[in-house]
Ligand binder design. Structure first.
Ligand code: SF4
Ligand code: SF4
Length: 143
């Protein structure tokens, strides 16, 4: 019982961490810090004030961003990037999450439990795929 409780807590924490990572990774658009000169052009262009400077680099507040793409168009340094570039990093984050779960005491050295986990993970990622697919299929009905 104690092990199950610990597993639940640890799983919940790692999921929260992953969701936070996911939120940052899924930002669209996002600023590639190493290419940002801090010129502020994007800040002036943003119609909703969603960009600010922190440590001389532009930062986008994705809660405020209305996805107009102006910052991407005006940046003279091509530092505002598309989120599709982050797909490999997101795939790696997903794999790291599954690896981390597999190494948990609950699953380690138990091929049967590991196989069960793989099935659960396959269902989880298939669900994400279906959400994206069905959303894409319905987009045209909105405008
Ligand atoms: S316009 Fe580009 S280089 Fe200038 S602050 Fe914004 S992201 Fe950085
Ligand atoms: S996409 Fe538009 S709303 Fe979002 S940060 Fe860029 S300029 Fe602002």
């Amino acid at each position: 019982m104690a092990d199950a409780w610990r597993l639940g807590i640890e799983y919940s924490l790692s999921r929260r961490t992953r969701n936070l990572q996911k939120k940052g990774e899924e930002s669209m658009p996002w600023v590639k810090a190493e290419d940002c000169t801090g010129c502020g052009v994007c800040i002036g262009a943003c119609p909703v004030g969603a960009i600010e400077k922190q440590d001389a680099k532009a930062i986008i507040d994705n809660e405020e961003c209305i996805r107009c793409g102006l910052c991407h168009r005006v940046c003279p340094s091509d530092a505002v990037r598309h989120d599709a570039e982050q797909i490999p990093a997101q795939v790696e984050a997903n794999l790291a999450w599954v690896r981390c779960l597999l190494e948990h005491d609950y699953y380690a050295n138990d091929p049967e439990k590991q196989a069960w986990l793989m099935k659960r993970m396959a269902k989880h990622f298939t669900k994400d795929l279906n959400v994206a697919k069905q959303t894409l299929e319905s987009l045209d009905s909105l405008a």
